[in-house]
Design a protein around this ligand. Structure first.
Ligand SMILES: *Cc1c(COP(=O)(O)O)cnc(C)c1O
Length: 400
């Protein structure tokens, strides 16, 4: 197969170009669109080739749990986009998060995480890791002294997400990376909300970046997927064997769907970001909106940091409706176009009420600490016409 994986090394194409071409492996048939290799295993020319491949002396594929051409294309394209040396795809975003931590840690180690995390990420840190003898401390991600104070002699890694779900708070990646490295620890960043287009954690000092490809990378609500990116050394040392031996692998079919998703990622994310910014402007002065959070607006709590570490805003807007849960429910139920769903990054505009869905597991006090009030909703901009979206929101606010 002709390898185009090295193209981005030959000429530093811009991200939009890499999204369409990087990582393509073309078969002898010369297909234009990436081929779907829906195969579990591979046949060998002869017994000696099989032996050589198992010995690592022949670079071909062995078994799709740890290597498949379609999955390789997805990994190579993601690596080229992120500017990472290596990538490994996983079945879901949560598999990527869990592996990025479990792959590095062992019993007796300690991890520090920011408190504003996607629900399941916080569950892994607070409930699962301790079960295997890995202690965790949760800190306010924006309090740099809290990260420093949390460090113990056995601290091995820091974990954060920025912008955060659902309040779109922004954490200083470079500053936290500096504290982690001074403590001899690594930093893992969950970059789902920013997307690879708007934020490059590796450039800011992170050692590992993880994505739920389920969100913007698919972008059309079809497949689950995840990806872990870092240096050859990081992936080789912590991730490759873990996937190979434990099996949280991405299906070739899903890799193919996600590859095709990457081709249109930039067009979709830029359009969705423009729409989200339009919604934020339209809502900012609305009398029924008591709080509005959008990275990219000058009134965002970390506006200067957004300028410093991000290249764009967000496809999401969080806003609080006067009147608490009742008003938020009336508003959601009155929407005609925007659908109620906890998913995000989809072509369809979606709305969710974090206090009763994604964050209902937390105590009222923990929610209050995170700024998740009963009137707060999180809006994910889709690809519909922005005027239709704004009209739907304004009409529903009349009801609330
Ligand atoms: C969705 C999401 C995840 C989990 O991804 P899945 O693909 O649903 O497993 C992790 N982190 C963030 C920030 C997410 O939005």
């Amino acid at each position: 197969m002709a390898q185009e994986a090295a193209m981005s090394a030959r000429k530093p194409y811009r991200p939009e170009t890499r999204l369409v071409h990087a990582g393509t492996l073309r078969s002898q048939f010369g297909e234009t669109s990436e081929a779907l290799f829906l195969t579990q295993g591979y046949v060998y020319e002869d017994a000696a080739t099989a032996e050589a491949r198992f010995k690592g002396q022949d670079p071909g594929y062995i078994y799709s749990r740890y290597g498949n051409p379609t999955v390789s294309m997805f990994e190579a394209r993601m690596a080229a986009l992120e500017g990472a040396e290596a990538a490994r795809a996983t079945a879901t975003g949560m598999a990527a998060v869990t592996l990025s931590l479990m792959g590095q840690l062992k019993a007796g180690d300690h991890v520090v995480g920011a408190k504003a995390l996607f629900g399941s990420c916080r569950y892994v840190l607070e409930e699962y890791l301790p079960r295997y003898g890995i202690a965790s401390t949760i800190v306010d991600g924006n309090d740099l002294d809290a990260w420093r104070r949390a460090v113990r002699p056995n601290t091995k890694t820091f974990f954060l997400e920025t912008p955060t779900n659902p309040t779109l708070e922004v954490i200083d990646i470079a500053a936290v990376a500096g504290i982690a490295h001074a403590a001899g620890a690594t930093l893992v960043v969950d970059n789902v909300f920013a997307t690879p287009l708007f934020q490059s954690p590796l450039t800011l000092g992170a050692d590992c970046v993880v994505y739920s490809a389920t969100k913007h990378i698919d972008g059309q609500g079809r497949c689950l997927g995840g990806v872990i990116l870092g240096t050859e050394e990081f992936i080789g040392k912590h991730i490759h064997q873990f996937i190979r031996q434990t099996g949280p692998s991405m299906s070739p079919f899903n890799a193919w769907v996600l590859l095709k998703g990457l081709e249109t990622l930039s067009v979709r994310v830029r359009r969705q970001t423009d729409t989200a910014a339009t919604v934020a402007v339209a809502l900012a002065e609305h009398p029924k909106i008591t709080r509005l959070l959008y990275p990219g607006r000058p009134d965002h709590p970390q506006a200067a940091l957004v300028q410093k570490q991000m290249r764009g805003g967000s496809t999401l807007v969080a806003f609080e409706i006067a009147g608490g849960k009742e008003a938020a429910f009336r508003f959601q139920d009155a929407l005609r176009l925007i659908r109620i769903s906890n998913n995000l990054g989809d072509a369809k505009s979606l709305i969710t009420h974090p206090a009763t869905t994604t964050h209902q597991r937390l105590t009222p006090q923990a929610r209050a600490e995170l700024g998740i009030s009963d009137g707060l909703v999180r809006f994910s901009a889709g690809l519909e016409h922005p005027d239709d979206i704004c009209e739907d929101i304004f009409a529903a606010l009349e009801t609330a």
